[in-house]
Write a protein that binds this ligand. Structure first.
Ligand SMILES: [Zn+2]
Length: 228
């Protein structure tokens, strides 16, 4: 953690020491004694806090931690002196604030969930193997068709498929969407056992079992992009 440092009670023009690595981490366990808003030369207002220690150290320091200027100083150094020191380091503080804001933005972007999965994919795979076959068998009876096999895939945008030989595949990611949407995909694939295209007769058949299939398709497309 880079810090600016000054000799206590002396001139404020002492060169800034910029440290990198663990040595720069605060070591003393002080108490926050004062806090407020520090107005820098360029008008920027930054919250500050002063961590005081009983030590007889000859210097004090400041660092910028998550957008807050933290002074670490012995008790006998006055607040006015610390604030003057802070103002004299406005460039250092400004740079740190910018850098930290950039890093925070990057971290926030990284934290965007790519997937809704709270558990490892293998868990969903196993769950799908257990849960899908009875659903598929049930709806095959409802639609009045047969199928030859069921394969669980990890498709993100392709929720399911059906071959002309009746091999059906369903993505385990359907476990992450509402059950009604999952059932729609199963019915959709089973309807392909009668029509191997997405023609009007196919949709008419799907509509017999899922009257609001248009909305469900839309919802799945939206979720596909979100889960994607
Ligand atoms: Zn289809």
């Amino acid at each position: 953690m880079p810090r600016a440092r000054a000799a206590a009670g002396g001139a404020l023009s002492i060169a800034m020491v910029i440290c990198w690595g663990p040595r720069a981490a605060p070591v003393s366990s002080g108490a926050v004694m004062e806090q407020g808003i520090l107005t820098l030369k360029n008008g920027t207002e930054v919250p500050f806090r002063v961590v005081r220690s009983a030590s007889r150290r000859r210097s004090y320091a400041l660092q910028v931690k998550e957008g807050v200027v933290e002074f670490r100083a012995p008790r006998w150094v006055g607040l006015a002196e610390l604030l003057r020191f802070g103002q004299s380091r406005y460039r250092f503080i400004g740079n740190r604030l910018q850098e930290q804001a950039r890093k925070a933005a990057q971290a926030a972007a990284k934290a965007q969930p790519k997937d809704w999965c709270a558990l490892p994919p293998a868990w969903y795979q196993r769950a799908a193997k257990r849960l899908y076959p009875p659903r598929l068998a049930h709806y095959a009876t409802v639609v009045g068709v047969t199928y030859s096999s069921l394969r669980i895939t990890s498709g993100r945008s392709v929720w399911g498929s059906c071959t002309s030989t009746g091999a059906i595949s369903l993505s385990w990611r359907l476990l992450l969407v509402p059950a009604a949407l999952r059932d729609y995909v199963i019915i959709h694939e089973l309807c392909h056992r009668k029509y191997m295209s997405h023609g009007p007769r196919f949709w008419a058949l799907v509509g017999k079992f899922v009257p609001d299939y248009i909305e469900k398709r839309r919802a799945l497309n939206r979720l596909g992009a979100e889960i994607g």
